[in-house]
Design a protein around this ligand. Structure first.
Ligand SMILES: Nc1ncnc2c1ncn2[C@@H]1O[C@H](COP(=O)(O)OP(=O)(O)OP(=O)(O)O)[C@@H](O)[C@H]1O
Length: 609
């Protein structure tokens, strides 16, 4: 079993007060310093900082939270600029044009991102650049509307209605307000179910799907919000510049700059892009002013050097570096502490799911598997698999390596479509349904774990479990509370604020179960949750599974640890070479000569005589 974790950017806990105080102080100085100095050039620099910080924060929703590294975000900025300028020329105020541009950009963003989500890493970035170029060429082509290569002037109508001013301070007020609004949107997204789902999708798409996340849908929502915000900022900038032309509005360099402030400040964090812009824009503007025409393009060189240094020494950006200093040492549980903790968690555990000595009888069928066949090319992996799972039952699924157990689980949770056969699940309404994808299975109450643990590495233990809890609790406070209760029940209480990437394999296994339990499933598919954990943890896991079973959940458990299989299972199903070779009472099944021959071996049989 590999302890596989990704190393995505760090995600700070959103509720800590010090970053909020820092952000408020930075914002206050962005407004008060230029207003206090009253110099046009200084005000211009602060307008640029606010604009870049806002654009980068909006980009961060897609590039940071969703992990889709777009290098073509100027497309939406350009759409916002052109829409507003065309409308201004028709006599419509940019305050309206701004929203028209936002709507168009959101639709365009979703339309071009949907097919590109299949592309990973640099391929998505390249596709985003290609679309940027397409829009630049389109703007050149439709010159009747856009002015073509010569660009378009904004009619010189001064005043708040037209967003054009003789002085710079009104523009500063507008862009400062827009920056605050963008930050509030990003902050709200980060705290919401959408934010958790985006980060979960970025970290582990399969695990996110298993938690009921509609991964394409949440990324499309993020793209729509991000594109709309960029377009609104594009409108402002067009009015500020009073002139637009295609190569400036749909510029690759500008797109890279937008992404870079977030990369340097802290990808996937609320305050990172703001910090990046505050530190970098004055530096480059100073370089531009100091060296002027003698070193044209010097700002690009400055950006390059800073980016190189950031990648080398601060892979998680400035925010990641700051976090490192304040992060508490990792909390590893020792044996005594674990015992105490297990004792101490009994109370909340019993409060939610009392382990019943008079376990309710096994009820009606909750899952029916009929004639399941799966082929990978010429390899026939599962052959005519039939079985049923009943309410409150624990079904042990055993068999040698390569027998097709995980493949079967993938079909029971919608991750694979069978070539023949069907899986029907009894829904909360009492009717039987045939789900087809992970979201459908989750909606019917089927939760699963993965053989290779799939933590959302950059999230804390609490946040990992919250991704599951959000399935039932849409409000952040409710989801956090449910996650905490589940964590204590699973023995993860003292580790709530630890990052998942720091857990031991035993901890990661428990986290995997905790996340799915937080979804309050009716059917639980456990894939080797006891592999690679010590004897004490195995005993604890057995107790935990019994308490889960007693709460009325039906369980199918793939397990090689026979101690667990024997003490947990009401029934055992043995799969060998894709076929069910035995099914029934565990004590009878382990005596079956076919099972001994195919899986258990003679030594096991002798030991259990
Ligand atoms: N996506 C795939 N493409 C091709 N072959 C696959 C794929 N997934 C699984 N297999 C093959 O199907 C067979 C069954 O694999 P599966 O992982 O389901 O077995 P398993 O019983 O879960 O084994 P283990 O106990 O080792 O996890 C193996 O031969 C495996 O190589």
């Amino acid at each position: 079993m590999s302890n596989e974790t990704t190393s995505g950017p760090s995600v700070p806990a959103p509720s800590l007060p010090w970053p909020a105080i820092g952000v408020v102080l930075v914002l206050a100085s962005l407004l008060l310093i230029p207003l206090g100095i009253g110099n046009a050039f200084v005000t211009h620099i602060f307008v640029t900082i606010c604009l870049m910080a806002a654009l980068s924060s909006a980009w961060n929703l897609v590039g940071g939270f969703a992990g889709q590294l777009s290098l073509g975000h100027a497309t939406f900025y350009g759409i916002g600029a052109y829409t507003a300028v065309i409308l201004v020329n028709l006599g419509i105020t940019p305050w309206i044009g701004m929203f028209a541009g936002a709507g168009i950009a959101a639709i365009v963003g979703m339309a071009i991102s949907y097919p590109c989500f299949r592309l990973k890493g640099p391929f998505f970035s390249l596709a985003s650049i290609a679309f940027l170029e397409v829009f630049r060429v389109l703007t050149l082509h439709f010159s009747d509307f856009t002015g073509g290569a010569t660009g378009k002037m904004i009619p010189l109508k001064l005043g708040w209605t037209w967003m054009v001013f003789r002085e710079r301070w009104p523009s500063l007020l507008i862009i400062f307000g827009m920056l605050c609004a963008v930050l509030v949107v990003v902050w709200a997204v980060r705290r919401s179910r959408l934010g958790f789902y985006l980060i979960a999708t970025r970290e582990r798409e399969s695990a996110a799907k298993a938690a009921g996340v509609k991964t394409v849908q949440v990324r499309l929502v993020a793209v729509a919000i991000s594109s709309a915000l960029c377009a609104m900022l594009g409108t402002f900038h067009a009015m500020y510049l009073t002139f637009i032309e295609p190569s400036a509005m749909f510029s690759l360099t500008f797109s890279i700059q937008i992404a870079m402030f977030a990369l340097i400040g802290g990808l996937g964090t609320v305050s990172g892009p703001l910090l990046g812009a505050v530190l970098l824009v004055p530096l480059t503007e100073w370089a531009r002013a100091s060296f002027g025409a003698s070193a044209l393009g010097l700002h690009g060189f400055v950006y390059g050097v800073v980016l190189l240094l950031a990648v080398l020494f601060m892979p998680n950006g400035i925010i990641g570096l700051l976090q490192k200093f304040r992060r508490a040492p990792h909390h590893e549980l020792d044996e005594d502490e674990q015992t105490t903790q297990t004792d101490s968690i009994k109370a909340p555990a019993q409060a939610t799911t009392p382990p019943s000595p008079d376990r309710e009888g096994i009820g009606r069928d909750v899952m029916r598997v009929q004639n399941l066949n799966k082929r990978f090319g010429g390899l026939h992996v599962t052959k005519n698999v039939n079985f049923t799972l009943r309410e409150g039952e624990v079904l042990g699924l055993i068999g040698p390596n390569g027998a097709g157990k995980t493949t079967l689980f993938n079909m029971l949770s919608g991750f694979l479509t069978p070539n023949e056969g069907s899986v029907t699940v009894r829904g909360p309404d009492g009717g039987y349904h045939t789900p087809v994808n992970p979201a459908d299975f989750a909606a019917l109450g089927v939760g699963r774990t993965f053989q290779i643990v799939q933590p959302f590495a950059a999230m804390t233990v609490e946040e990992n479990i919250m991704v599951g809890a959000f399935y039932r609790h849409h409000d952040e406070h409710d989801a956090r509370e449910a996650a905490r209760q589940t964590a204590w029940r699973m023995g993860l209480g003292p580790l709530l604020q630890d990052e998942a990437r720091g857990l031991t394999i035993g901890g990661l296994k428990r986290l995997e179960v905790a996340r799915v339990m937080a979804m309050e499933p009716r059917i639980l598919l456990l894939d080797e949750v006891m592999a690679g954990i010590n004897q004490t943890d195995v005993r604890r896991a057995i107790d935990l599974m019994l308490s889960i079973r007693d709460s009325g959940v039906s369980i199918i458990a793939i397990e090689h640890v026979m101690q667990a299989v024997m003490s947990l299972s009401d029934r055992v199903l043995v799969l060998a070479a894709g076929e069910v070779i035995a099914e029934g009472d565990p004590h009878e099944v382990v005596r079956d000569p076919h099972v001994i021959e195919a899986y258990l071996g003679k030594e096991f049989a002798n030991a259990h005589r």
